[in-house]
Design a protein around this ligand. Structure first.
Ligand SMILES: Nc1ncnc2c1ncn2[C@@H]1O[C@H](COP(=O)(O)OP(=O)(O)OP(=O)(O)O)[C@@H](O)[C@H]1O
Ligand SMILES: [Mg+2]
Length: 297
């Protein structure tokens, strides 16, 4: 921004101010109708130049933000990859050197190696999934489907992941739901991502509600939790790729900042939209709105 400002002043604001002055002088002192046309045209030109520069500035700022997030992300990913690798290498070397003679400790070391390997592969899979989606290589098979099985597929995939802590899970699906035109696997993945977030960002007393209801010609899918909530400035940005909220408490929770960006991508590919409603300290509700199949056909 600091580098762009002198350029804007030199090449946009100063010429625009001069043109503005000329335009006003022509309008004030002009006598013939032709003068008014010229004056008006010059003022319109100034307005377009300023609006165009403003729009360009917003785009540049946005790109710079993404580039910054990307650099942070590369640093973070390198660190996230290195930590489990170091621990794997250390335990493999210890086992190779025969330093662990006790079978129980050997089993413990193998358990750690296996857990760290799983962590590595899940991070790598996430990155590959995102790359495939962003490059447009992931194709969605849109077919008419009922909504309840999509919710249930997400809940089924979520079940083994919530064994660590108890969760009060509420499923509320209206009986009158219309079908949606969608890719069942992708939509279940999107819901699973929301469930995973609800699970990992809430405290020890976890309560998660998943719901589906008809709203006019749309279906609303909601995931609500009783977690710490999301501050207003973060709510606007959490759907951006690589963005993670700044709260240091949440920073201790692992994540790549790609989940919600992927959810947004999937929802958009279905002609839907996603939003969040939250108040700090009072949990969060993520809502996916999908057009009903009958509304689209
Ligand atoms: N239910 C929630 N409660 C509080 N904060 C949330 C919730 N869901 C998302 N967030 C905030 O939004 C950020 C972005 O979420 P997102 O799912 O995109 O990434 P992540 O969970 O950090 O990583 P990933 O999903 O890729 O493992 C999170 O880092 C977190 O700060
Ligand atoms: Mg996530």
């Amino acid at each position: 921004m600091r580098r762009v400002l002198p350029l804007l002043i030199g090449f946009v604001f100063v010429p625009a101010a001069l043109m503005l002055a000329v335009g006003i002088l022509i309008l004030v002192f002009g006598a013939a109708p032709r003068d008014y046309v010229f004056g008006g045209l010059i003022l319109a030109l100034v307005a377009t130049t300023l609006a165009g520069s403003g729009a360009a500035l917003i785009v540049v700022q946005r790109e710079a933000r993404v580039a910054r997030l990307q650099t942070d992300f590369v640093n973070k990913v390198s660190h996230d990859l290195r930590t489990p690798l170091t621990s794997i290498r250390m335990f493999v070397e210890t086992l190779q050197l025969g330093r662990l003679s006790d079978p129980a400790r050997q089993a413990e070391a193998l358990g750690i190696i296996s857990a760290e390997t799983a962590r590595l592969s899940s991070l790598i899979n996430r990155l590959l999934d995102w790359a495939r989606m962003e490059s447009g290589k992931r194709r969605f098979q849109l077919q008419r489907q009922p909504v309840a099985p999509i919710v249930d597929a997400a809940l089924q995939a979520f079940a083994p992941q919530r064994l660590g802590h108890p969760v009060a899970l509420v499923r509320e699906i209206s009986p009158d739901l219309p079908e949606v035109l969608g890719d069942r696997e992708a939509l279940a993945e999107a819901l699973l991502d929301l469930l995973q977030n609800a699970y990992k960002y809430t405290g020890p007393e976890k309560r998660i509600e998943i719901g589906a209801a008809r709203e006019g010609p749309t279906v609303r899918l909601t995931v609500t939790d009783n977690g710490p909530g999301i501050a207003l400035p973060d709510q606007k940005r959490i759907f951006d790729k690589f963005y993670r909220a700044r709260d240091p408490l949440e920073r201790t929770i692992e994540g790549s900042g790609l989940g919600l960006a992927m959810v947004k991508h999937i929802v958009r590919a279905h002609g839907g939209r996603i939003s969040v409603a939250s108040q700090l300290g009072h949990g969060a509700t993520f809502t996916i709105v999908l057009p009903a199949a009958e509304a689209r056909s």
